[in-house]
Design a protein around this ligand. Structure first.
Ligand code: ARG
Length: 460
């Protein structure tokens, strides 16, 4: 029998029950539900809304229920409508009428809002830890590759020389922004909806500041209608998750290309790649492909939340029960992707020779050749045009800017001298880019130091 049976004359149709029920997925929030209930019971006791002894009895038994679920001694009853009903029924089963007092001055509407905020707060903490681990690995890889020259790309065409360290640090910036987005949204989320009750708060003299303190919220929400109907935090955080996935899909895409024979910039560790059932030569970058695929799924979760909330009249509507599966799916997948990507990155071998060779062949020092002419007095556009003609000549004659003789150079402009070879040297081209944000080894070292400080400050 449902807890709300009083008003009803008929048993619930089993199809309605199955359709309505959320226990199959919201059981994932049992810890948060019990935590919220314990805080509520403490407050009820403290405010004299229920007897002190009854409050203590409820709290003790809630703790027992928590341990029993955790240790597999208590199974979820799939006939319960949701996790909130299940815990409350179990409590009443165990301690009788006292258990029935827990739901005083509370509704499942504020209860589920609390649970979800607590749940997301826990998940975000784990995701931030994973992002920090990822940044640490990227940072270490950067310190090993200050001088590793590789082609930088635009339009996937070799463009200008960078270093592998410079490349890694680009992703460090992205994942750093992801952390900041998560923290920012969490700050806004960390407000207590408990005490909003069904929608219009309560006539009991509850202490919402106390439950806020007990649950680690900054303060109670200031409007009970908003308290039970707000899911902005779910949307904001899932948007941040989607952005993390977008970043991971970009590095994944690069790793997929780089592990191909056409690029051959990296060699994935055997433990983090898979073979083909038919083609013996294959070593597939499945992990990165799955990450790329799963990013679509997390975007879908965000879209589900946005669409679910669209046009919903205040305050609570059952549509909102749909929030949980989207949130669970998004958090689970982001964690899984980070968890697998981190050791995969850590064990990847970077084929520095191949990167350098690709850099040598791509005319990526053409800009430096033009800049050379500019430094000799030519306007940039004229220098650009001459260099373009030289590149065309090189392509037609199977040469590179390095292998072109000084006589050939002089045919294009008398400004060319022997020092052109120095100017177009890849190492010099990288080392001269010392401007903040550039790939010069010392500049990247400064960046790495800043990030080390950032990580240390986060942990102090
Ligand atoms: N299972 C419900 C949910 O997830 C809990 C809130 C139910 N409230 C209600 N008024 N039916 O949204």
């Amino acid at each position: 029998m449902a807890l709300w049976e009083g008003r009803f004359k008929k048993e619930l149709d089993s199809r309605t029950n199955d359709f309505n029920s959320s226990i199959s997925f919201d059981k994932a929030m049992y810890k948060q539900d019990i935590t919220g209930s314990i805080a509520h019971a403490m407050m009820l006791g403290k405010c004299g809304i229920i007897e002190k002894e009854e409050s203590e009895k409820i709290i003790d038994e809630l703790r027992n229920i928590f341990n029993d679920i955790k240790n597999g001694k208590l199974e979820f009853d799939m006939q319960a409508e949701d996790i909130h009903m299940f815990i409350e029924s179990e409590l009443t089963k165990r301690i009788g009428d006292t258990g029935k007092r827990l739901h005083t001055a509370r509704s499942r509407n504020d209860q589920v809002a609390v649970d979800l905020r607590l749940y997301m707060r826990d998940e975000v903490k784990e995701i931030i830890e994973l992002l920090e681990q990822l940044i640490e690995i990227l940072l270490r890889k950067a310190t090993e590759n200050y001088e590793t020259i590789m082609p930088g790309y635009t339009h996937l065409q070799r463009a200008q020389p960078i270093t592998l360290a410079h490349y890694f640090m680009a992703y460090v910036e992205m994942f750093k922004r992801d952390i900041s987005r998560l923290e920012d949204a969490t700050r806004r989320m960390n407000i207590n909806p408990l005490g909003s009750c069904a929608l219009a708060a309560t006539t009991y003299d509850t202490d919402r500041y106390l439950t806020s303190k007990l649950l680690g919220f900054y303060e109670p929400c200031l409007n009970s209608l908003d308290g039970v109907s707000d899911r902005d935090y779910a949307i904001e955080l899932t948007s941040a998750f989607a952005t993390i996935m977008m970043h991971m899909s970009r590095i994944s895409e690069e790793f997929i290309m780089w592990s191909s024979h056409e690029f051959k910039f990296i060699e994935l560790d055997d433990a983090f790649s898979t073979g083909s059932s038919i083609m013996p030569q294959k070593k597939n970058p499945d992990i990165t492909e799955l990450i790329r695929g799963k990013s679509g799924r997390v975007y879908g979760d965000l879209m589900a939340l946005l669409t679910m909330m669209k046009s919903l009249p205040l305050a609570y509507d059952k549509d909102m029960q749909e929030d949980k599966e989207a949130i669970f799916d998004a958090t689970k997948n982001v964690k899984m992707c980070l968890f697998t990507f981190i050791p995969m990155l850590d064990t990847t071998t970077f084929l520095k020779e191949n990167m350098l060779n690709a850099a040598k062949k791509g005319f990526i020092n053409a800009t430096d050749c033009a800049d050379y002419l500019v430094k000799k007095g030519l306007p940039f556009r004229s220098a650009y045009k001459i260099t373009g003609t030289i590149v065309g000549y090189c392509i037609d004659n199977d040469k590179t800017l390095d292998t072109l003789s000084i006589e050939e150079y002089k045919d294009f402009s008398s400004l060319f001298e022997e020092d052109i070879y120095q100017a177009i040297d890849l190492k010099k081209a990288v080392c001269d880019r010392t401007v903040v944000g550039g790939p010069a080894p010392d500049t990247v070292k400064n960046h790495v130091e800043k990030i080390k400080e950032y990580l240390e400050n986060r942990h102090s």
